[in-house]
Design a protein around this ligand. Structure first.
Ligand SMILES: Nc1ncnc2c1ncn2[C@@H]1O[C@H](COP(=O)(O)OP(=O)(O)OP(=O)(O)O)[C@@H](O)[C@H]1O
Ligand SMILES: O=P(O)(O)OC[C@H]1O[C@H](OP(=O)(O)OP(=O)(O)O)[C@H](O)[C@@H]1O
Ligand SMILES: O=C(O)c1cccnc1
Ligand SMILES: [Mg+2]
Length: 548
């Protein structure tokens, strides 16, 4: 492609988004903080779990993303003087409360989290946040904001990767369609984590070290209408210093290929040919042309082959083409057939392997459908459906109080799926002998940790009849301390490492959990003791009705 790729050692500036700070919260968190303060409850020892209830996109897995930004939020958590001055204008309360707010930090908060880039499942906390009630309450909104979209779009990207397979290149082209500047930046970052190979977003490339990729737009083609607009007709041979009339060379090849490829030289767009020539002069070693501006088969493809052959005569190899409309399966196959024919005829093996990029409103289903039809696309450029997560626009993570001053708390609901799992918990992932994940198991803090080879009863958290014995071959603790006593406790790996982790984590998942249509649910369970505890507390808290 035309843009040079970034060097492998560059991992980005890792800047945080300047908008992430304590005041990026809902008003009700601040009013609750005031009420906690007023009733001297603000320092009650609280434990909150952040989790989601259902996997997105009718799937059975989610990729956990956004943790690094959560840790940085804790690191920088404070209200500035100007934040406080603003709050005074919206909350006419005692000066002492504002003194209290001004002194807040996250130094007494402990954050336990699943490692970023891990595959996660409903109900298992992604984060467990412990600390003074008012402070952790204030954190609810920004933490949810940082996890929800990041995990949603990373999961979306992984689904596109699953659909496309590992051999295809996936490029994120979504900045222009994203939900504002931050939506665009987050999309680029987390789509890379979820398995995309590059982004067109230059700022994301710089900040996060994502390989930058790109072709050119229709505007470049339509800006030319004739060969006369080419200012300099010259192009230097790759080796040596001889300059040749590149336009004449292209016209020579046009005559030759018109007979080889059976096209009419007077039917190809002259402006399009001029644009391809100009682009080849700018990027003789990296020429990738958008060929659908007028007519792919009668004009774009002949013009590209003309310029590619002329480049070859000067010692250069073109890169390929992009299709941005029409039947992408059919057109890619016809284009590939022409490349193969010319490769054979002119003994140019590389011509057969020219890159075919496809774009235009591509979604997961389009890729799956293209796979069943058969196609010759090497690379997909995807914007709208990827970054806006059109299939499901929000993940729906929630943040629930599960313990206060050592007492478990529970949010009841008519809907059994919405009942929160009370108390501070530990969670493990249990693996089978072949390395696949079998079940996630939550247990109470005082329970014995399950061990390898030990037969453990895993129960569905709410459905009594659903249970299974598991004798795990491997056990992974899911949560790790990331923040405690005002310090980062665990390394926050660079984005490239999180991307690798996401691949590896997906590999531990059974194929039937990953399939696009009607996948099998992964089992999330609790120990017998936690099951009994949940149900006893539930009964204690649910009011008994009276019939009359
Ligand atoms: N072989 C195919 N199978 C399934 N979907 C396809 C196939 N080829 C293209 N598509 C999808 O069909 C849709 C075609 O959209 P649409 O008809 O609006 O575009 P177009 O007419 O080809 O191009 P333009 O953007 O110039 O209007 C796109 O979403 C594209 O990704
Ligand atoms: O289709 P998406 O998945 O969102 O991918 C990005 C699109 O952005 C560009 O189009 P452009 O903005 O030039 O407009 P277009 O839709 O008319 O092609 C590009 O040609 C793709 O079609
Ligand atoms: O580089 C491209 O081809 C590109 C970039 C953004 C949007 N559409 C296409
Ligand atoms: Mg389009």
């Amino acid at each position: 492609m035309s843009a040079a790729s970034s060097t492998p050692v560059y991992t980005g500036t890792r800047e945080s988004n300047g908008v992430i700070r304590a005041l990026l919260t809902d008003l009700y968190q601040i009013t609750m903080a005031y009420a906690y303060w007023k009733s001297d409850k603000m320092d009650d020892k609280s434990v909150f779990d952040l989790y989601f209830r259902r996997n997105p996109f009718k799937g059975e897995y989610t990729l956990f993303a956004g943790l690094e930004e959560c840790v940085k939020l804790l690191q920088n958590f404070s209200f500035s003087e100007s934040d406080i001055n603003y709050l005074k204008t919206v909350m006419p309360v005692e000066q002492e409360f504002f003194d209290y707010l001004a002194g807040l930090s996250a130094k007494d908060v402990t954050l336990l989290a699943v490692d970023e880039g891990t595959v996660v499942f409903p109900k298992v906390p992604l984060l467990t946040v412990e600390g003074p009630l008012a402070v952790v309450q204030l954190l609810e909104t920004p933490l949810l904001n940082l996890i929800n979209y990041a995990s949603l779009v990373a999961t979306n990207a992984m689904r596109f990767r699953m659909a496309a397979g590992s051999s295809k290149s996936l490029l994120e082209f979504g900045l222009r369609r994203a939900q504002g500047p931050d939506g665009g930046l987050s999309a680029s970052r987390y789509c890379y984590m979820g398995g995309f190979d590059g982004t067109s977003n230059a700022l994301a490339g710089k900040m996060f070290g994502i390989p930058l990729r790109g072709t050119h737009a229709h505007a470049f083609v339509t800006s030319y209408s004739s060969l006369r607009e080419i200012k300099s007709r010259k192009l230097k041979r790759k080796e040596g210093s001889e300059e040749v009339d590149f336009v004449d060379l292209c016209l020579k090849w046009q005559t030759q290929l018109a007979s080889d490829m059976s096209f009419l030289a007077d039917q190809v767009g002259e402006g399009e040919l001029a644009a391809f020539i100009a682009y080849a002069q700018a990027f003789p070693d990296n020429m990738l042309a958008l060929i659908d501006t007028y007519d792919v088969l009668r004009s774009g493809l002949p013009n590209f082959c003309t310029v590619a052959m002329a480049l070859h005569e000067l010692g250069y190899q073109a890169r390929g083409i992009r299709l941005d409309s029409g039947d992408l399966a059919y057109l890619s196959s016809v284009v590939r057939a022409v490349f193969c024919k010319l490769a054979k005829q002119y003994q140019l093996a590389w011509f057969e392997k020219l890159t075919i990029v496809a774009s235009n409103d591509i979604n997961e289903d389009t890729i799956l459908s293209l796979n069943t039809q058969g196609h010759d696309i090497d690379s997909f450029g995807i914007g709208t459906h990827l970054v806006t997560c059109q299939k499901q626009p929000a993940l729906g993570c929630v943040f629930k109080l599960v313990e206060v001053n050592g007492q478990p708390t529970m949010k009841l609901s008519e809907d059994v799926e919405k009942v929160s799992i009370p108390g501070k918990k530990r969670a493990y992932r249990l693996f089978g002998a072949d390395g696949t994940a079998l079940v996630d198991l939550m247990l109470q803090m005082e329970e014995d940790v399950p061990s390898v080879g030990q037969r453990t009863l895993c129960r569905h958290p709410t459905q009594e009849s659903k249970r299974a014995y598991v004798s795990p071959a491997r056990i992974d603790l899911l949560h790790h301390e990331y923040w405690k006593n005002g310090k980062i406790m665990k390394e926050l790996p660079p984005l490239g490492d999180l991307r690798k982790r996401a691949f590896e984590s997906m590999q531990t998942l059974r194929q039937d959990h990953k399939r696009a249509l009607n996948p099998t649910p992964y089992k999330v369970s609790v120990t017998s003791s936690l099951y009994t505890f949940i149900h006893d507390l539930w009964l204690q808290n649910a009011p008994i009705g009276e019939l009359s």
